[in-house]
Design a protein around this ligand. Structure first.
Ligand SMILES: C[S@@+](CC[C@H](N)C(=O)[O-])C[C@H]1O[C@@H](n2cnc3c(N)ncnc32)[C@H](O)[C@@H]1O
Length: 762
């Protein structure tokens, strides 16, 4: 503590001098800037050459710069054509497509703006800061001076323009009611985007959006490139949380200048034409490789042997200054050192990247090429702190989900959108036991007693939802297209045909892949930002073949070849006749379709919900909270006997399939790797599709968080059986601690698997 306090004092003394000693400041900052008293914020302003070293000049310099920035806002956000000053200006008009027309420029800029908008609405989602309201909104914008408009208005009108264009191409007419409904959100499938605050209020993400837009206009050669949002984010955050309110008030202008100055140093990373320049990304990657060779010869040699080029893993690290690899507090700490090191062209960044590799060296040295690329690309989740057993790590909603087809055949009923069960516990038990005389004890423990009165049905196809919200979400995302409404019988028939083909083609265990494909197509069709959705898909684990390239994903085995081809053809027809999604065409080529099926197979996560399970849990809680009197104890044992009897009967009549089941794609969960001795598990604590990752034992900091991909009944099979299942379904050879410790076991499978093997070989 004493050392920390001393560091604070050293910074403060240095920053108070009339002439700041830059060399000393760099030495101090390199070892980390304290966040308190605005030290980091001030230090960065000096290190990024925004504040001159002569403090006596700060006041006039700052007021000049900040006034200049206000001018930029006025100039760059002004609506062209609205304030004509000369006769000639009136010649320009919104339909003028000449390249020098201010309207044409205005429309082109809107495309850049739309991209910025999408990117900043997802800035640092693990932090609530960017969604919060700023205390210092832009007065020029909010006061609505005559002749000015806000970026908000431009985004709404641009989103409308994009949507109406695609609609008109398809239908030849403009459907404004539909467009208006969608225009409030640029992506209908993502609830995680930051939303606008009411008029007169601005959130921090909107301020960041303005900075980037002004930057893109003033630097038209470079404009805005995706990733710049990740650079401005931490800078603005640091300035806008400055405890000194005088500084905080001007966070927007100050962040703009610091960002602009930083971009001078790193702009070559963002522009392809500079890839080969002295400071271009390719040269930087070469320098990084040389350093790796010097630091860890074995790893360098291994990477050469495995052809693991830095383009595959270090490109993002170097371009975005590690802002994606660490959480914000760590990014800020790393940037203290990087900014202090700036004149040496961020040499220190190369050292950090090397350290990141060396820290993983034991795993890398034993890993195959594809295991190593996975490790380096960072698609794994590592704990940052101690987690106790039973602790919730995170919760997440799926990007898309579907119920198993057999749910309906066996009369399971659950919300089509979120899988919440739509039976009361009594209905559930009576159905599973095929006994209508069963009466549930403790009905007060069943929150679904009156569920039948709350069910919302699609007016066209009678599909059931647990709430109006779920129904509306489903409609906006996909149901408006996939609804079996008999309005278009041929389309419905084709959809049924596709689902039936899948049922007869796919190998057990049942998967929902084909419904997921149909839903994804409908979501793409409905989205006014298709590329973004495709980009989300790209992040999931991909590839059709195992690491050693010995076999393909189970769904792509030879025996399914002709059915897979029939399916592909049917989907291609569906796209051509009813969807016309040009961006999806590749997925409907032979290769693309195989890739898509493998992606869904490798990343799908099962979902299970049940009214009975909620009731049982509530009954158990009830007996726990009751006093331990003899009478209560007897009642508790009665209820457990009753529950046991129910489960025995269900087992006899319906077997193991007692939950309403489905599966979905989850963005974050799909980063969790498998271990046969996992330290976490997936639960559905809310009895709907919201997934919870919960620890199953104590987890230490820096330990990888893993789940078991195998179903409960497969988890205790022999090492050989487990590895076989994992290779077929997930294309990797499990080398977890348990598999390694069981390495001496004979390669034996159960009889059942033996016969399956024989079938495979036939
Ligand atoms: C849902 S993803 C998990 C995240 C994955 N690391 C990624 O980068 O996308 C599933 C894929 O991760 C890889 N994977 C998962 N667990 C693994 C393990 N224990 N060893 C090697 N690869 C694994 C396999 O390629 C598998 O198909």
């Amino acid at each position: 503590m004493a050392i920390y306090q001393k560091t604070v004092e050293q910074f403060e003394t240095l920053l108070k001098c009339d002439i700041i000693d830059l060399k000393r400041l760099k030495i101090l900052a390199f070892n980390g800037c304290p966040a308190e008293n605005g030290i980091r914020s001030l230090t960065w302003k000096v290190l990024l050459n925004y504040l001159v070293l002569d403090r006596t000049k700060w006041s006039s310099h700052l007021s000049k710069q900040r006034e200049l920035y206000r001018g930029y806002i006025r100039e760059t956000i002004i609506k062209p054509g609205l304030t004509p000053t000369t006769e000639a200006d009136f010649v320009d008009h919104p339909l003028n497509s000449a390249p020098d027309s201010s309207w044409a420029v205005y429309f082109k800029e809107n495309e850049v703006l739309l991209q910025i908008d999408k990117d900043v609405r997802r800035l640092c989602p693990d932090l609530s800061f960017f969604q919060r309201e700023t205390d210092y909104p832009c007065s020029e914008i909010l006061n609505q001076e005559a002749g000015f408009e806000s970026l908000r208005k431009r985004i709404v009108s641009t989103a409308l323009k994009v949507e109406s264009q695609s609609q008109s191409r398809l239908t030849g007419r403009l459907e404004f009611e539909y467009q208006n409904k969608k225009s409030h959100s640029s992506t209908s499938y993502d609830d995680n985007e930051y939303q606008l605050l009411p008029d007169g209020h601005e959130a921090h993400w909107e301020v960041v959006e303005r900075i980037l837009f002004v930057f893109s206009k003033l630097n038209s050669g470079q404009s805005y490139v995706q990733g710049m949002n990740e650079i401005i984010g931490p800078i603005y955050y640091t300035f806008a949380t400055d405890p000194n309110l005088e500084w905080r008030e001007h966070a927007e202008a100050d962040a703009f200048y610091c960002f602009t100055n930083l971009m001078i140093h790193i702009r070559d990373n963002f522009m392809k034409i500079y890839d080969h320049s002295e400071f271009g990304i390719l040269v930087r990657m070469q320098r990084f490789l040389m350093l790796l060779k010097k630091t860890d010869h074995d790893i360098h040699y291994l990477f050469e042997k495995q052809k693991l080029k830095p383009e595959f893993y270090a490109f993002r690290w170097l371009t975005l200054l590690l802002s994606q690899e660490f959480r914000l507090p760590d990014v800020l700490r790393i940037w203290d050192s990087l900014f202090a090191d700036q004149e040496r062209n961020f040499e220190f960044l190369l050292y950090i990247c090397c350290a990141m590799i060396v820290l993983q060296r034991t795993r890398l040295l034993t890993g195959s090429e594809s295991q190593n690329i996975k490790l380096l690309q960072g698609r794994q989740i590592i704990s940052k702190r101690i987690y106790q057993s039973g602790e919730l790590i995170f919760e997440e909603q799926p990007l898309v989900l579907a119920q198993f087809e057999w749910n309906k055949l066996y009369k399971y009923s659950a919300c089509e959108y979120c899988l919440y069960p739509l039976e009361s516990c009594e209905q559930n038990v009576r159905r599973l036991c095929q006994d209508t005389s069963i009466v549930i004890q403790h009905p007060e423990c069943d929150p679904n007693q009156t569920i039948s009165q709350r069910i919302v049905r699609c007016r066209q196809c009678n599909e059931m939802y647990c709430s109006t919200k779920c129904y509306q979400q489903a409609m906006t995302n996909y149901h408006s297209i996939l609804c079996q409404s008999t309005e278009n019988e041929k389309k419905d028939q084709l959809i049924r045909h596709i689902i039936d083909l899948w049922r007869s083609a796919h190998p057990p265990p049942e998967t929902t892949s084909i419904t997921l494909v149909l839903k994804l197509m409908a979501m793409l069709k409905n989205s006014n930002n298709r590329l973004l959705l495709l980009q989300e898909l790209q992040k999931f684990s991909q590839g059709v073949q195992s690491e050693n390239q010995k076999f393909y994903h189970k769904l792509l085995r030879k025996e399914f070849q002709s059915q897979v081809e029939q399916l592909r053809y049917a989907l291609e027809q569906f796209n051509e006749q009813y969807m016309q999604i040009s961006e999806f065409k590749w997925f409907l080529t032979s290769d693309g379709f195989r890739q898509l099926l493998a992606l869904l197979g490798r990343n799908q996560q099962g979902i299970g919900t049940s009214s009975l399970a909620i009731w049982v849990k509530n009954c158990e809680n009830l007996s726990k909270t009751q006093e331990t009197t003899a009478a209560a104890g007897a009642a508790g044992s009665d209820i457990s006997q009753f529950i046991d009897a129910i489960y025995t009967k269900i087992d006899d009549v319906s077997g193991e399939f007692i939950d309403c089941e489905g599966s979905g794609l989850f963005k974050l969960q799909s980063c969790l790797n498998h271990s046969c001795d996992a330290n976490a598990e997936i639960q559905y604590l809310h009895n709907n599709s919201t997934l919870s990752v919960v620890t199953t034992r104590l987890i230490s900091p820096n330990e990888e968080i893993t789940i078991n991909y195998l179903s409960e009944c497969d988890r205790n099979r022999s090492r050989h059986s487990r590895q076989k299942l994992l290779q077929e379904n997930y294309l990797f050879l499990c080398q977890c601690n348990r598999c390694v410790s069981e390495a001496s076991e004979p390669d034996e499978t159960s009889e059942e698997e033996e016969s399956e093997n024989e079938m495979d070989e036939d």
